[in-house]
Design a protein around this ligand. Structure first.
Ligand SMILES: CC(C)(COP(=O)(O)OP(=O)(O)OC[C@H]1O[C@@H](n2cnc3c(N)ncnc32)[C@H](O[C@H]2O[C@H](COP(=O)(O)OP(=O)(O)OP(=O)(O)O)[C@@H](O)[C@H]2O)[C@@H]1O)[C@@H](O)C(=O)NCCC(=O)NCCS
Ligand SMILES: Nc1ncnc2[nH]cnc12
Length: 286
């Protein structure tokens, strides 16, 4: 583990916060994303826009910075879990204030917030898997200060008996670690452009995620359409190929017709981009 002076660790905390914000902006701008806000338009959303997503991302930089500062070289214990929970809820309030009450990034605050904390806890010398495992340790700890709130995500996970955002983090982000990151690297290695590789990584997540945003808006038929459509894009060779792009356009039309938007998958793409940026295959480089 690297020992850093206070000035160095403050610089690293600021870097982590900036990277987390940039990953949210990169995710929002990436096009074409089925059903989601992107640089073409608002997807299946009436209350979201790219400008709003970007404003929301900027409003979260102080939250990510506080998470990194407070987590620096600390162990995963209840005290840190409660601090992280408090900062996360404060971040949600900042987001709501910045967007006039629209939920742009609730799932992203959760996933990226835990990963920013994990990166800081590990002081910069860890693999993506170690960071995901450390984030999972935190996510599994009880937060006694958390209010017992009803949420659309909880309703969908109970109704359809599927895992949601909470479980994804508690299980160390399987959709990021076993699907998205490997696909990102594979598509790059096969010569895809950076945008195409990122779209392919999003597709990899969408092949299997039980996205509670899609379930809430379009039920199980919507989720099945998302998963089979994403599999079709990858089976056709991914978004770098003409057939893959046709399958992607088909999936986009289907998601719009169903009013379905994979907001959870988008959050996990941002988490994937974060780990890709802060970690090397063997150790971390931020
Ligand atoms: C653990 C929490 C994430 C709360 O989870 P829960 O499931 O109880 O609550 P939700 O409010 O539903 O938020 C979950 C959000 O997570 C994203 N998501 C969905 N499925 C998955 C999945 N399988 N894996 C990972 N992530 C997933 C998703 O976020 C995106 O969608 C949001 C928009 O969705 P929605 O509000 O439903 O909006 P629309 O459908 O557009 O609404 P209408 O237009 O139809 O009205 C958007 O924000 C994206 O980010 C889910 O929404 C966690 O929040 C929590 O407990 N926090 C407490 C604080 C804490 O401890 N923080 C620690 C870390 S900082
Ligand atoms: N690009 C996006 N569009 C809609 N909802 C989202 N949640 C996170 N990213 C999103």
């Amino acid at each position: 583990m690297k020992l850093l002076s206070q000035t160095q660790s403050e610089g690293q905390a600021q870097l982590l916060a900036t990277i987390a914000r940039d990953c949210l902006i990169d995710e929002a701008r990436l096009s074409p994303k089925p059903g989601l806000v992107d640089s073409r338009g608002n997807g299946a959303h009436h209350d979201l826009s790219l400008a709003l997503m970007e404003r929301s991302a900027h409003s979260l930089t102080p939250t990510f910075l506080q998470l990194a500062r407070q987590s620096w070289q600390r162990p995963a214990d209840i005290a840190l879990r409660e601090t992280v929970g408090r900062l996360g809820r404060e971040g949600e309030r900042q987001m709501m204030a910045a967007t006039g009450g629209v939920n742009t990034h609730r799932g992203a605050i959760w996933a990226l917030g835990l990963l920013v904390s994990a990166a800081a806890m590990l002081n910069g010398n860890a693999s993506a898997q170690q960071m995901a495992d450390t984030a999972a340790l935190l996510a599994r700890l009880p937060d006694n200060a958390a209010p017992k709130l009803f949420s659309k995500g909880l309703k969908a996970t109970h109704q359809y008996r599927v895992p949601g955002a909470r479980e994804e983090a508690q299980q160390a982000f399987p959709h990021v670690m076993t699907l998205a990151l490997p696909q990102l690297l594979r598509s790059r290695a096969q010569g895809a452009s950076e945008s195409e590789a990122r779209i392919d990584a999003l597709m990899a997540i969408m092949t299997s995620l039980s996205d509670t945003c899609v379930l809430s808006r379009a039920g199980m038929p919507g989720l099945e359409t998302m998963q089979s459509g994403a599999r079709a894009v990858l089976a056709a060779g991914g978004s770098a190929t003409a057939k893959g792009r046709q399958a992607l356009a088909r999936l986009d039309s289907q998601m719009l017709a169903l009013n379905a938007s994979p907001g959870g998958a988008a959050d996990l793409l941002a988490a994937t981009l974060f780990l890709d940026r802060v970690c090397q295959p063997a150790s971390c480089s931020f």
